[in-house]
Design a protein around this ligand. Structure first.
Ligand SMILES: [Zn+2]
Length: 237
């Protein structure tokens, strides 16, 4: 099992050292990593690995068969080689800001419209969230944007920690996420807590303070079927 160095709250470290545990045709598995594998709507990190006088680009990172696979462009380091890893910070930080913004919007929509988050996809430049069962007017979209930005302006700390499943069930607002979709043997779970109210199990990376998100700009609303609405948003610095 690869030690995920960014858990549960070490999301600002950019460089690390690790040992190659195994390799495939075009990937390596490390004993520890800062690279986020694709998951939960958040894209993977990219970056580089260096060892002795060689270096290679990490072009994709995915979880497969219980392994975190770092896909490499070029020659691979051999097992047992000690490598220095560095993540592409601009890309990662944009994902952190976007992912935190997604939590805020999901929380606001749950509170104001009892709309649950049915899915989301984060990108560096824009992101989207699907909600159900809801039907938004353009006035609703304005209200969601305003309430989201008002919360961000409070510049609250975003807490990331491990929490026992039993406690999450007590503290999480009903409908925030479907805990049953997470395998029951995973306990405790990593949670993201905003304003001491929004408790949400999540494995992604997030900022430490809401002020880092900037300003949310909801740029589009689309109906995705009966009572399913998609909101697309961007961030302004
Ligand atoms: Zn998250």
């Amino acid at each position: 099992m690869t030690d995920m160095l960014y858990y549960p709250s070490n999301e600002y470290q950019k460089e690390f050292e690790a040992k190659v545990q195994g390799k495939g045709k075009d990937y390596v598995v490390l004993d520890r990593t800062l690279f986020y594998p694709e998951g939960g709507g958040q894209p993977y990190d990219t970056g580089e690995l260096k060892w002795r006088d060689e270096n290679a680009s990490v072009i994709k990172v995915k979880k497969k068969k219980g392994e975190i696979r770092h896909y490499i462009d070029g020659s691979l380091p051999e097992p047992d080689t000690v490598v220095k890893g560095k993540i592409n910070w601009d890309r990662r930080y944009n994902h952190m800001r976007m992912h935190s913004a997604q939590h805020i919007i999901s929380w606001i929509v749950l509170n104001m419209y009892n709309g649950q988050t049915a899915g989301n996809q984060i990108h560096e430049d824009y992101s989207r969230i699907d909600f159900e069962p809801v039907e938004f007017s353009s006035r609703d979209v304005e209200k969601i944007e305003q309430a989201s930005n008002a919360l961000i302006e409070k510049e609250l700390e975003v807490k990331k920690k491990e929490m026992a499943r039993e406690l999450i069930e007590k503290q999480m607002t009903e409908g925030r996420t479907n805990l049953e979709l997470i395998p029951s043997n995973i306990d405790p779970l990593r949670v993201v807590v905003i304003a001491d109210e929004d408790v949400c199990p999540c494995g992604g990376t997030h900022v430490d303070n809401l002020k880092e998100i900037g300003k949310i700009n909801i740029v589009n609303r689309k109906s995705k079927g009966a009572n399913v609405e998609r909101l697309e948003f961007k961030l302004e610095n």
